[in-house]
Design a protein around this ligand. Structure first.
Ligand code: UDP
Length: 309
């Protein structure tokens, strides 16, 4: 069944059909750059959807919620690893919608302590299902590092642009905490277990990361090794708003959820390459993608024409 969280009737229909014990709320727009150029689209979509969902949940007496938040709420932390009690600071509308959603949930729990909520702050999810049948397929221009690397490896793009080579890091490129999507998924089941077994959980927050930082060049080298493909690089200046180094403190999730990431970057790249080589054009064929690209080019202003097949 498909619906739109921005349409309250769609949610009500689903709640009439089924009785839910809990909801995992993943839905939202997530392109940082687009959020800067289209802030109202981001505020409207990412906030109205949460408010509608929580209203319908409340009416149906379903008050157990797991929410996909993001490490973006830490901004550029003063030191790493980031613990969950770090000050929160966002630098773009996308990040602000994550933080406002967290605040909405804290307020809702404060007003009605029957709510039990887990906020999961994702670090950088990458990789694919090990079967190679489920993977990331950006509709338009990929914004994140690994979908871009993947498109270069399958020949859809010629070169990867590395943003910044002068960061004070071991090779000059930015450091992130990449986490396998399968680990991320198991973090959600642990969060649900926690909700169901902890009556006084309130509105709790956990990082989902590996606790290890990897540079852009290290990640590219791991992908080259996994795929046997070359990834030509070109260097550009720092991407505006980018942080130097972000990685997670994992102790709280380990201790309270009984969860820790199992996979390393070699596993992430192996599984992502398996998906990419089986599905070089994602869920759509080459032809279908070209038609989509043409429509995208026609509907976007010149400055946004990034498509290259
Ligand atoms: N990055 C890059 N080229 C790209 C996309 C990303 O060099 O085409 C770098 C980016 O500057 C950052 C890292 O890769 O240091 C991860 O970027 P991503 O957008 O995937 O995650 P985020 O910055 O939101 O954590």
């Amino acid at each position: 069944m498909q619906g739109d969280l921005c349409k309250v009737d769609d949610i009500q229909k689903v709640f009439k059909l089924y009785r839910f014990e809990a909801v995992i709320h993943f839905a939202g727009l997530k392109a940082v750059g687009e959020s800067v150029s289209k802030p109202l689209r981001y505020y409207s979509n990412n906030l109205v959807s949460t408010i509608n969902l929580m209203e319908v949940m409340s009416k149906n007496n379903c008050k157990n919620l797991v929410f996909s938040s993001s490490a973006t709420v830490y901004g550029q932390p003063e030191s790493v690893p980031c613990t969950e009690d770090y000050p929160l600071h966002v630098t773009n509308p996308y990040g602000r919608t994550k933080l406002i959603n967290e605040d909405i949930m804290r307020d809702v729990h404060h007003a009605d302590p029957e709510w039990k909520i887990v906020l999961l702050r994702y670090f950088n999810p990458v990789g694919s299902h090990p079967s190679g049948e489920i993977g990331e397929d950006p509709m338009d221009y990929p914004n994140n590092l690994m979908p871009f690397v993947q498109q270069v490896a399958v020949g859809r793009k010629e070169v990867l642009t590395v943003f910044g080579q002068d960061y004070p890091t071991r090779d000059g490129t930015g450091i992130r905490d990449y986490i396998h999507v399968m680990d991320l998924a198991s973090g959600h089941t642990k969060a649900l277990d926690k909700l169901f077994t902890t009556p006084d959980i309130g509105c709790a927050v956990y990082n989902l990361g590996t606790g290890k930082g990897t540079t852009v060049l290290e990640m590219v080298a791991a992908f080259v090794k996994a795929s046997g493909k070359e990834i030509p690089l070109k260097y550009a200046g720092r991407r505006p708003g980018d942080c130097r180094e972000v990685y997670a403190a994992t102790e709280k999730a380990e201790k309270e959820l009984g969860w820790r990431a199992k996979f390393g970057i070699a596993d992430m790249c192996r599984d992502q390459w398996n998906w990419a080589k089986k599905n070089p054009y994602g869920y759509r064929g080459h032809q279908e993608l070209e038609v989509h690209a043409q429509k995208f080019i026609k509907s976007e202003p010149l400055s946004n024409r990034h498509w290259a097949l």
